[in-house]
Design a protein around this ligand. Sequence first.
Ligand code: PRP
Ligand code: URA
Length: 207
Amino acid sequence: MDGVIVPEHALIAHKLTRLRDKNTSSVLFRNLAREITQILISEATRDLTTIADERETPLSPFTGDKLAAKIGIVPILRAGLGMSDVAHEMLPMARILHIGLFRDEETLEPVYYYDKLPTPPNVDLAFVVDPMLATGGSAIAAIDRLKETGISDIRFIGLIAAPEGVSALLEAHPDVKIWLASIDERLNEVGYILPGLGDAGDRIMDT
Ligand code: PRP
Ligand code: URA
């Protein structure tokens, strides 16, 4: 699928297997989610534009590089928090913009409960992080909101997606590139991803 990158990576495959396992503790789950996120962020930042950065080593001047864009990391609460810390460690200059959304369990529609985006956001490029892309409703709503604030360059980083969610996100926001650890088989009748990993927020927060 154009616009969707699922890196073939032995470490991702190994860690994702343990992440899915129902016997994995919350402590291990959080660590695995962080480690997979680290690899995905590394992939998703591979082509970022850099500009010349004039510096000096102890021996000589040199022209290095610095990232050109003002970067934002946007965790979709709650589960996105399990990915944003490590993303911030890798991109310490980034601003963190929280968006609070939960899925109504009956309608599967996203419901806003927290939105304190700064205006203007002072961000050129936003990485939206959320472990699960199921129907796609939450990611689409979060990206709609970011675009309203004027951010046009947006990348989505998730751990597991359903094909239905990937198609919905690509249709709603064809300009948004997506990085995922896995695209699974399908959604079940109550909107959970199969085989998936269950409820990511509950497993991260141990609730
Ligand atoms: C989960 C997940 C996504 C959303 C995905 O959050 O973290 O935000 O569901 O589903 P969708 O693609 O069908 O919108 P949830 O609503 O369970 O909230 P939580 O993060 O607080 O657990
Ligand atoms: N949210 C989750 O946490 N898991 C799913 O499988 C779908 C939505």
